[in-house]
Write a protein that binds this ligand. Sequence first.
Ligand SMILES: [Zn+2]
Length: 214
Amino acid sequence: MKEQLCQAVIDYAHLMTEKGLIAGTWGNISVRIPNTDTIAITPSGRDYMTLVPNDIAIVDMNGEWIGGNYKPSSELPLHLAVYRARQDVGALIHTHSIYASACAAARRSIPAIIEDVAMMNGGDIEVAEYAANGSAELADNTVRALGEHQSVLLANHGMLGCGSNLKEAMTMCELVEKTARIFIAAQSLGGAVELDRDDVARMRNQYLQHYRQV
Ligand SMILES: [Zn+2]
């Protein structure tokens, strides 16, 4: 199980690069290892293309590095804080994708203007207050802004997508990037019209009941 999950982390790190969501090793991925109170997370500053399963860091919920050849990503506190706060989250992907980062740099939350993101995120994509990368403060700010949603922007930094598994987390990251592009384009057409809150809530329920794969 552990080795399979470490391989999946590597596969998704490759996918994240192929999809153009990150440049170099800026971005990180983690997954909860079921029934162990540990997570597997990409190592700090390693080339994702050369990683093997034993290179993926294994860390317990207190942040203790207990396995893997290389030390965990510097954004470990952010990942752990979300796992502690949200038992429904099984995987996290943090990217610096361009349009999401543009909204994060402008510190503009992305409204739930398209039905797919309304379903998957359950509301606006909020911006976590700025704090230094890798800091405990950034972890706290992120958990607060994330709330019960599945994605959040990090001011002047990037975004974080959550899922019950890696596939869902990746879809969330792609959807945030797509919605950020649509939002920015809609601004030049006079501004996006926001969906009604009740409609967003209805679509979110629909997603949780019928579409979400746990
Ligand atoms: Zn980052």
